[in-house]
Design a protein around this ligand. Structure first.
Ligand SMILES: [Zn+2]
Length: 193
């Protein structure tokens, strides 16, 4: 069964160990922020720092593992038709829109959408770490370290599949930031198998 996340919104659901979550970009050039918490202990959550450290790479794809703050593997990427995603930047938020875009009445962004969706699981906003930003295309200058948010490389129908290595609570959005999505807000779809 295919589920749809409407533009600029988010959801949360459980994923059992061994199940596979496929995140689909139905129209192209749309980012989805992904979070995974260990279901039996929400103090354990995916960790950008540990994952990038152990991978010794910034760009992750098929075969890469996503580690927790306790260095356990929570998910593994088992399929990826794009090969360019971000695991450096925090979910977009009201602060993002205020600081980067100068909005005076900012949207709550992926951060606010994730906080609302995860609240029923007892997960408060201060527990939200750097998300795995599916399809987000952040170019890095190898010398200066300068970051540039570019349009996603994903085209309609592109997808990434994650296999759960523990019982998880997942947060997932259709990202709300203009730059990240080439200035058009589109839905995200997902399937669990
Ligand atoms: Zn976002």
């Amino acid at each position: 069964m295919r589920h749809q996340i409407q533009p600029r919104s988010g959801t949360a659901f459980t994923l059992d160990r061994g199940q596979r979550l496929t995140v689909i970009d139905p129209e192209g050039e749309q980012v989805a922020d992904l979070l995974a918490f260990r279901r039996d202990d929400i103090d354990e959550v995916i960790s950008s720092g540990r994952t990038l450290d152990y991978a010794s790479r910034i760009f992750l794809t098929t075969g890469d593992k996503i580690y927790s703050n306790r260095s356990n593997v929570l998910m593994e990427i088992v399929a990826d038709t794009v090969g360019r995603h971000d695991f450096l930047l925090t979910p977009c938020s009201a602060d993002t829109f205020r600081i980067i875009y100068g909005d005076t009445e900012p949207h709550r962004g992926c951060f606010g959408n994730l906080a609302q969706a995860l609240a029923p699981y007892g997960i408060g906003p201060d527990r939200i770490p750097v998300a795995f930003n599916v399809f987000m295309n952040v170019a890095v200058d190898g010398t200066s370290g300068a970051l540039e948010v570019r349009p996603p490389l994903s085209r309609a129908g592109d997808h990434v599949t994650f296999e759960a290595r523990e019982d998880l609570i997942i947060g997932l959005t259709a990202c709300s930031a203009l730059q990240s999505n080439n200035y058009a807000f589109k839905p995200i779809q997902y399937e669990i198998a």
